[in-house]
Structure formats: C-alpha cells, structure tokens
Design a binder for this molecule. Structure first.
Ligand code: ADP
Length: 268
C-alpha cells in the first residue's frame, strides 16, 4: 500500500515541475484491517453473549416458577400441621426463590431491551399510592428507617408494573448500599417538567469517576465485593430504559462515604 502526494512547483528557470512523494502505508493499512476485524469479532461475541443470556434465562424461568408453586403448597401443608420450624425454613427458601426469579427477570428484561421488545402497558396511575405500596412491601425485609414525604401529584400516564419495578430497584439499592439502621428518604413532588420521585440514602456513595457509568449494562462499582453486595449491574440499566421509554429522565447525585440520591422524572 502506498499513498502519494503530488505538488506542482515552478523551476527557478520557470519550467514547470511536479514532485510526487510516495509513502509506504502498508503497516497502517494492516493495523486498520486488524482493528476492523477485532471490532467485528467483538460484535459477534456480544451477539453470542446476548443470545446466551436470552436462552439461559428463558430456560431457567420455568423450573424456578414451578419451585415457587411447590414451595407455596408445602407452606400451606406445614401451616395445617403446625410445624413452625419447618415453616420458618420455608419462609427463607421462598425469599431465595423470589430473589432468583428477580435475577432471571432482569436477564429477560435486558434481552427484551436489546431486541427493542420492552413494551409499556399505559394507564392513569396514582404515583404516591404506588410509592407507598412499594415502600410498605420492602420495609418488612430490612431494619432501615423509611421516611416518605409526598406532595399532591397530578395523575401520571405510565406502566404501573414497570414504574413499580424502578421504585423497587432504587429502594433495594438504597438498602443494599447503606448500613443497617440508617434512614432512607423517599419523596415525590410536582415540578415544571413533570413529577419527580427521589430515593435518598446515607450509604457508601458512588466514586465521582464512576457516576457516568452506573447506568450501563453490567457495570458495578463494587465488583470486587461480590459477596458483600451481590448483584449483576442490571437494575439501573433497566430502570433507565424504563424511565426513558416513558419519555422521562433518571438522575443521580452522590458523594462517596456520605450517600446517594437517585431520582426520576416522568412527564404529566
Ligand atoms: P447491582 O446493584 O445489581 O450491582 P445496579 O445496576 O442496580 O446493579 O447498580 C449498579 C452499580 O451502581 C452497583 O453495583 C453499585 O456499585 C452502584 N450503586 C447503585 N445504587 C447505589 C447506591 N444507592 N449507593 C451506592 N452505590 C450504588
């Protein structure tokens, strides 16, 4: 491979003269080709990864859903015969099955998102009521203190399940990434652009350099501490996609060591 440059110039005696400069660019071309090839290979690998996630999560969903049904039947039987010890163990088993179902659903959601299949079932919802429900539900699982401050809000057109999923994601992150017994403040208010929901914790906070990346798929600040903070780095990615699908926006403000505020805005 050669590049060439032509520069016309006049001789001192006035005769026309042309300089042609050849440059060997074989190395550069080879490097460009290798880069193109590795980009294509990366694309193929990512496609394979997405296909694997789709198939594996789909196949896992059926047996886990059956486990949940059987566990509920056993729970009823144990209650009938009054075996409290076994009942308590089953309660824990159920909580783990719920966790597994949530992880599988997150994987299925990422497949839906990458295939453009995330659909909304829109209706008029009472956001404050949804907030209260989700806070009540999650309160039972932890000893954090919850403070809920709501303002009168106009009705919002949204997918109740999906927005509920965003709220639960933010609440469970606040619980997971802040010490037991600390306060989690949840608020709702009407603003010019729409309605805003916020979840504030007094936890680890997020390092400044990572703030821009936390909504990316599979990104985790705490990847080194998998056992202390289990997770797959999907909750915020899915939450952002759900909020954006509603033409809303999601925000984060955080200070390492002090705490984090996540909020999202939905148009009225
Ligand atoms: P996961 O919690 O499963 O890792 P998420 O997508 O919900 O995935 O969050 C991505 C990352 O953002 C987390 O791994 C964590 O490092 C950080 N993060 C999320 N919420 C908080 C929070 N409230 N406080 C501190 N860090 C957080």
């Amino acid at each position: 491979w050669y590049d060439f440059y032509i520069s016309p110039k006049a001789n001192p005696d006035g005769a026309p003269q042309v300089t042609i400069l050849f440059q060997d660019i074989t190395e550069r071309k080879r490097a460009e080709e290798a880069l193109r090839e590795s980009e294509q290979q990366l694309k193929r690998l990512l496609k394979l990864r997405d296909e694997f996630i789709g198939i594996a999560s789909h196949e896992l969903k059926t047996p886990v859903t059956s486990m949940k049904v059987y566990a509920e039947i056993v729970a009823e039987r144990l209650e009938e015969i009054g075996n409290q010890d076994a009942s308590n163990l089953l309660f824990r088993l159920n909580a783990q099955i719920d966790r597994l179902i949530m992880l599988i659903n997150n994987l299925l959601d990422t497949t839906k998102i990458s295939e453009g299949q995330l659909r909304l079932d829109l209706e008029e919802i009472d956001l404050n009521e949804l907030l209260r429900d989700r806070v009540e539900e999650i309160k039972r699982t932890t000893n954090h203190v919850f403070e809920l401050h709501t303002e009168n809000l106009p009705c919002v057109i949204a997918d109740r399940e999906r927005i509920g999923q965003v709220i639960t994601n933010l609440l469970s992150n606040a619980i997971k990434y802040s010490p037991k017994g600390t306060t989690i403040r949840i608020g709702s208010r009407k603003e010019e652009e729409g309605v805003r929901v916020s979840v504030q914790d007094e936890g680890l906070g997020i390092p400044e350099g990572d703030i821009d990346k936390i909504f990316e798929r599979f990104f985790r600040v705490t990847a080194k501490n998998m056992d202390t903070y289990p997770g797959m780095g999907l909750g915020l990615y899915i939450s952002r996609k759900i909020v954006e699908k509603h033409k809303g926006r999601i925000f984060v403000q955080s200070k390492e060591g002090e705490g984090t505020v996540f909020s999202f805005m939905l148009p009225c």
